[in-house]
Design a binder for this molecule. Structure first.
Ligand code: C5P
Length: 404
């Protein structure tokens, strides 16, 4: 029972995903939480207060006043009682009202009165989710310190497919548990992390690539998630597994696939950590279907440059976003790293040297120096990559404070 004694206010608004709120209450209660459900008038079209009352064991709060006896639901008392206010599902309308403070129902008045942390699980159609006003409202809620449980992509009730599905009750519960288990510094933050090598296809069976193991990028993704951040890890081919409720992994092969994913994901994040060893070139004329035959003559490949993904993100980075790159150098390390820091518009560049024993490819340890765009340089001793990741995440956490 990981939520024993926790007081949770569950706000339900009028989305078809309201049916999932029943499972949510069930899981919260099973973990030992006391749940008080507040329903907006529209939500009652989707699921009945009777269901929610039976599952939570408490009368549902919905109206300001109880018509037959004149008693009223005190949003102030409920706001003080709660250890967490979870709005799930949160419709575009509820999100807009929460952002602007339009108190036309009991749920919104409670949100405004609550002294506890607020988590919001949006649920809506993909176009509604993308709509600029909705995006702006979600940013506003984030700026109030509220935790947005980003919706997933997939089939929507409209029959369309895209981003807007409320997170599954099991995912939400694991985030609630993780929230209470230790204070997190990166709650409500989201990051893109790239990791591993890229493989550039030559023919159906051959490729050129590099020896990146992906360990550093995976360790950073893990460390960010352990601090409460939502992470999308875009990884080239590696022999690693990762499983954390806050990490979504997207597997790619080529630099172009990695670039397409990064360009899609980056604008919605608070920052990116570019750990991938992206192959700088790709084969100009890939033999897509036929394996290239062996000949007694030599064989040469014509290579054309891939885009620098970090630079592309650097060119669209907003002032609230943070961008971290890596540099692997064999000579003139500091000068080269500084040049890359500027050229790619990075906040930090993590320099690791091939000449350092136990650092880089395949090792479990790494020795880094971090150069900042403000001119500072921090040199770290040789450490386990998991510890190195924590050092980098600590720098990210500190820097993000000045970005909001
Ligand atoms: O210029 P260089 O390859 O040394 O830069 C390394 C940094 O740039 C790393 O953070 C790497 O992930 C990123 N990079 C990239 N796309 C490329 C090449 C490098 O994102 N095509």
């Amino acid at each position: 029972m990981k939520l024993q004694g926790k007081h949770i206010l569950l706000g339900i608004s009028g989305s078809i995903a309201a049916y999932k709120a029943a499972f949510l209450v069930r899981l919260l209660v099973k973990e030992g939480a006391e749940v008080q459900v507040i329903m907006t008038p529209a939500s009652k079209e989707f699921i009945t207060p009777v269901t929610m009352c039976a599952l939570s064991g408490k009368p549902v709060a919905s109206e300001f006043f109880v018509a037959n006896d004149g008693t009223w639901h005190s949003h102030v008392d409920m706001g003080l009682w709660a250890d967490l206010l979870l709005v799930a599902p949160a419709t575009a309308s509820t999100i807009a009202k929460m952002a602007t403070g339009v108190c036309d129902n009991l749920l919104i008045t409670t949100v405004l009165s609550a002294k506890c942390p607020v988590m919001v699980a949006p649920a809506m159609d993909l176009d509604m989710y993308r709509y600029p006003a909705n995006q702006k409202n979600l940013q506003t809620l984030k700026s109030y310190g509220q935790i947005i449980l980003e919706p997933g992509e997939g089939e929507l009730a409209s029959g369309l497919s895209g981003k807007g599905r409320m997170q599954e009750p099991e995912e939400i519960i694991s985030k609630v548990i993780s929230f209470f288990s230790s204070p997190k510094k990166l709650y409500n933050k989201s990051f893109l992390v790239t990791a591993g090598p890229t493989y550039e296809k030559i023919d159906p069976v051959r490729y050129i690539g590099n020896r990146s193991s992906g360990k550093m990028g995976f360790a950073i993704a893990q460390s960010l998630a352990e601090e409460g951040a939502s992470v999308t890890l875009v990884s080239g081919p590696v022999n690693l597994e990762i499983s954390h409720p806050f990490i979504k992994i997207i597997k790619v092969e080529s630099a172009r696939e990695m670039e397409a994913e990064c360009l899609k994901i980056f604008p919605d994040t608070d920052g990116a950590v570019m750990c991938a060893a992206v192959f700088d070139f790709r084969v100009e004329n890939i033999s897509e279907k036929r394996k290239i035959k062996r000949t007694s003559d030599g064989f040469s490949l014509s290579l054309i440059p891939n885009d620098d993904i970090a630079s592309r993100l650097g060119s669209i980075k907003t002032e609230n976003q943070l961008l971290v790159g890596f540099a692997l150098e064999t000579d003139h390390e500091m000068e080269n790293a500084k040049e890359k820091l500027n050229k790619k518009n990075l906040d930090f560049i993590v320099l690791n040297s091939l000449t350092d024993k136990g650092a880089c490819f395949g090792f479990d340890t790494n020795k880094i120096s971090v150069l900042s765009d403000n001119g500072s340089i921090i040199n770290y001793p040789l450490k386990d990559k998991k510890e190195v990741a924590k050092d980098i995440v600590a720098l990210i956490t500190e820097r993000l404070k000045s970005k909001v």
